[in-house]
Design a protein around this ligand. Sequence first.
Ligand code: NAP
Length: 498
Amino acid sequence: MTTNDVQVAVIGAGFSGLGAAIKLKQNGFDDFVLLDRGQNFGGTWRDNTYPGAACDVPSQLYSYSFALNPNWTRSYGHQPEIHQYINDVADKYGIGAKTRWGSEVTHAEWNEDQARWIIDVTRDGTSEQYRAQILVGGVGPLCEPNLPDIDGIDSFGGKIVHSARWDNDYDFTGKRVAVIGTGASAIQLVPEVAKVAAHVDVYQRTAPWIVPRTERAYRPAENWAFKHVPGVQKVMRAAVYGLNEVTALGLTYAPNALKPVELACRTNISKAITDPELKDKVTPKFAVGCKRILRSNNWYPTLARPNVDLITDGISKITGSSVVSNDGTEREVDVIVVATGFHVTDSPVFEAIVGADGRSLAQVWAGTGMQGYKGTFIHGFPNLALMVGPSTGLGHTSMVYMIESQLNYLVDYLKQVREKGLTRVDVKASAQDEYNKGIQHALRNSVWENGGCASWYKDANGNITTLWPGFTFNFRRITRKFDIAAYDVERATAAASA
Ligand code: NAP
């Protein structure tokens, strides 16, 4: 097996990995490789092809600041358009030539003697190895599907499909469908499936809060202005950004300020549903914002359709041809759609990354929960920068903004590596501990902490290790410069450099 030496290896060609590749190139770090198990750019926007897949962050905010898209056709982007945008940006910056497709990273381990990451990859059934001074993890938190552990699910004789692994060749026309889950993915795909299926049983464990989706098509004059009138799109982007940041106030510091949002959600329900029993079933029993606030105009009307049933009794088991709910009712189905989310705080990726003391991220975080410094560096994992790492997720605005903040930090780190000849950079445990105490302190009054819900924002110990508390401009501020004093660093000796 040959070993390929590179200065930087980036894993994942989604928004964060592609962004890292572009920034590397722009700043003269040309000795890098981008590894991705798929066949094109897009990450989660490549993988989620279920009908109705769309973004619930306004399209004006859902692009890199350095590659605005004047061609958005709608105020909220749909999956094909976002996927296309990401691939167009990759083309524009020539990142394809640096990318190895079909390359699955199975193991990455820090080798202290060599001061390098040793990265094992399988590609077309063969093994490859990369040796990199710096590893950038751009795998994203929403990439590993979570399959529900329901009694008998393996014995189901029909089709089972996860929302993030959609089978576009499967024809749902006339089928009896069970959908498990009522999260962001389910509320988008069920309305589309229900249009063609004979019947859809929706298994809801927890009702989500849903605001109306104020989506509209852009007029040709608007797209013309985005393209030709300098600053128009930037001003619009700034306005949308500012409006969204207001929500951070309610989510993090003053959940009562979200009452108008709750009212909008209740009105959304009342407009579509008159049956009091169904109305009660779809009305959440926790504070708005505790789970992600969803957006839809067609979810409640879909539940009111004659060919859709909402089942809230819970699932006791699955047989060869049916789903049995806790009240003993057995419902025959042809296909089960599992829209049950992702392994976020327990991603299998964490098992594959092994740090300086021989322990994986999964082992290190088993005790503490996900912890890092500025969402990017993790003590004991030298020269590893994790994009969308611990405490960077959001409930109110675009992750692309957070990713770009991390890219600033990454670039400044790389420049210091280059200028100062740094060979090993590891965040100090004390700096990381203090940082995480600050995060937890900032979360203490948040709706995620006190809103009375269970969510993927929390890990198995009930700690919120996924979310950034407060305004995103504060994250932008603390990631503007690489604060080397928070790190233990080693430099190349003159002899070694020679
Ligand atoms: P999700 O929000 O985690 O929802 C999963 C759903 O499955 C929930 O209703 C959950 O119920 C249910 N569930 C999980 N395990 C179950 C089990 N064993 N039995 C019964 N029900 C079960 O997952 P998602 O919808 O895929 O969305 C994940 C994240 O992806 C979102 O929060 C969002 O950040 C992102 N996303 C965004 C968009 C968008 O921009 N529009 C679209 C899709 C996804 P409980 O609530 O009771 O746990």
